[in-house]
Each structure stands twice: as C-alpha cells, then as structure tokens.
Design a binder for this molecule. Sequence first.
Ligand code: ATP
Ligand code: MG
Length: 375
Amino acid sequence: MSNIILTGDRPTGRLHLGHLVGSLSQRVQLQNSGSYDEMYIEIADAQATTDNSGNIQKVKDNVIEVALDYLSCGLDPNKCTIFLQSEVPELSDLTFYYMNLVTLSRLQRNPTIKQEIVYRNFENSIPVGFMTYPISQAADITAFDANIIPVGDDQLPMIEQTREIVRTFNRLYGETLIEPNAVLPENAACHRLPGTDGQAKMSKSIGNCIYLADSKEEVERKVMRMFTDPNHLRVEDPGVTEGNPVFIYLAAFSKEKHFQEYFRNPENGELEYNNLDELKDHYERGGLGDMKVKKFLNYVLEDTLAPIRAKRHELEEKIPEVYQVLFKGSEKARKKAAATLERVKTAIGLNYRNDLDLINGQVEKYALLHAKEKD
Ligand code: ATP
Ligand code: MG
C-alpha cells in the first residue's frame, strides 16, 4: 500500500505555536524523511466559511498568511502539494454522498464539535454546514487515499468519523476507500497545546495564541503576561507545574541545548539546571519565581521562532509566487480528487456514461414493451 499523507489548516488566522508542535513540525519531518509516496496539505478555506459566512474576507486574507507560515516552517512545494480546498469542487461532491452514511445524532456526539459550538456561541443557531464539517473532512482525506494524518488530538474524533464513513461505504458499495490513521506528536505536551490564558487549547478562534509571525517584542509581551499557577504569589511559595502552561510550553519546546546555553554560570561553568525536571522540582519546592521561568521560556521560543520569522520576511517579498504555489498545487490535487470521485460514483453505481449494461438493459426493456404492444 502507498503511504499518502494529508493534513491541513483552516485559514481563520495566522498559524500559532499549537500548529507548530501539533502538526507542522511533524509534517516537515515526514516530508524531509522522504518515506512517503505522496503528501498533500490543504488550506481548508471552504471549511472555514462554515463558521465565518459573514466574514469571507477574513478567510480570504488568511489564505496567504497560512501559506507563508507553511513555507517559512520548511514545507517545500517540490516535495508536497499545497492546495486550496475551494479550488477542488470534487470534494463537495464526495461530501454530498458521504452525508447519507452519517446520522445527525452521530454528528452531535462529536466532542470537538460540541466544544467548538460553545466557543462560537452557536448553541441556538448552528449552521448546518458547520455541523457537517467532519463529513467534509472525510471527503478531504479519502479523496487523496490518505492513510497518514498528522494532527493534534482535537482532530481524533474527525479521523474516527472518517474511518466510520470509510467502513460503511466499503460495506455498502465494495472496497473503495482507504481507512486513515491519525499520527499524534511523540511528545504528549504537543498533543493539545494550551492557550497563553491557560485555556485547554491554543486556538485562532479564541485569541489566546502566540503566532509564528509575532515579532520578538510581541512574543516577549505575551510570555510575560502568561497565566501560571495563580497561587504562586511569592517567589518562596511552592508552585504547581502540572497544567501550568509555562511549563507545558517548556516541555513542548525546550531542548537540552537551551539549558546548556541559558543556565551556565559564566564564572565557574556550572549549570544551574540540567534539564526541565530540575527546573520543575525547584518551582514545586518554592524559591523559583515566575519571572525567571518566563524569561527562560522567552529565550527558548525566540530560538525556535527567529529562523521561521526570518524566512517569512523573505517570502513576504514574493507574494505572487506564493499564490502560484497554491494554484499549481490545487490543479494537481484536483486531478487526484476527480479520479477518486469517479471511482466513488462507479462504486455507488452513478456512472451512467460507462454503464453499458444499464443503457442496453433499458433498450431491451423498451424493445420488449413495444414488441408486446404490437402483438
Ligand atoms: P480554529 O480555531 O479556526 O479551529 P485552530 O487554531 O483550531 O483554528 P485548525 O486550523 O483548526 O486550528 O487546526 C489545524 C491543525 O492544527 C489540526 O491538526 C489541529 O489538531 C492542530 N492544532 C490546532 N491547535 C492546536 C493546539 N493548540 N495544539 C496542538 N495541535 C493543534
Ligand atoms: Mg480547529
């Protein structure tokens, strides 16, 4: 079986640290490993309209932001196909057929959707398109025969929904679609990075993000205002590291080299902290202030983000070329999705043009009828 990777993002804002650790870094690693047959990255602009129907300009404007973020993190259009969902109308056709394989109550049980409805104040007026977006994600995945889906853990219910659709489809119409597998980051701290406000998930739609494109000053300002342990009032108080976003970010981003560089005493060469466990121990014991930990986090984030920011500045001078990457990628993606749609319609039996049995059968039926009328 081929290894086909598909993943994507909604152009509802610039990409943030959650995207980087949850999915982008994995994509770049997979891409550079070369151990795959095809790789598709979708900018899900059509999906983004499901909760932004009154603000299409926002979606449009963010397409280029997401594309710039992709390329500045190292996604390479020579190795992966970056495309725009709205440029591949075959995906909507697939969604339409898959809709018949899912019940409304199944959609209503999806825990990510439930949470997103609350975040968006949709409780009393859920757009139908929004409610069904997990089905359109199934179309996105299966259109490309993708089996490897690098995502953060909020996407697990979507992948499960896709797997169910694939199984139902194959049972009803014969083996046609491939069942995908979610690939979560190895580091558990990266599965769902919390927001700077300590909320469960850093999310563009909540506005609790550190963006990849934020300036050095913005990152520092956001880090310094970050939520920590609210009961850690004085330096000498014992602090809690569990669920404390500052320590979760350190678990996601800090490497051994950061401790070596930042905590070495220039006079005697000794390391103040060898690793994150030692830093955590001190915070939990008491005697380590939030400010010191935040300054270290700022150092770690700056080390991570500076090269991405620099690459982005270069790319911001080449906007037309970046759009061309999307248009070319979309053409390629469309060919593949069209072939899958053909396969799906044939499996269902809606392939009139190639169905000679159907046409001949109808010819015979009327020939017999007319022969009887003549008798
Ligand atoms: P929106 O609020 O518009 O839904 P988002 O911030 O949730 O935006 P998406 O475009 O929905 O971002 O997510 C794209 C990918 O990034 C998905 O694979 C998702 O799992 C991953 N991701 C998003 N936020 C996080 C996070 N905080 N931690 C880990 N992964 C994340
Ligand atoms: Mg999301």
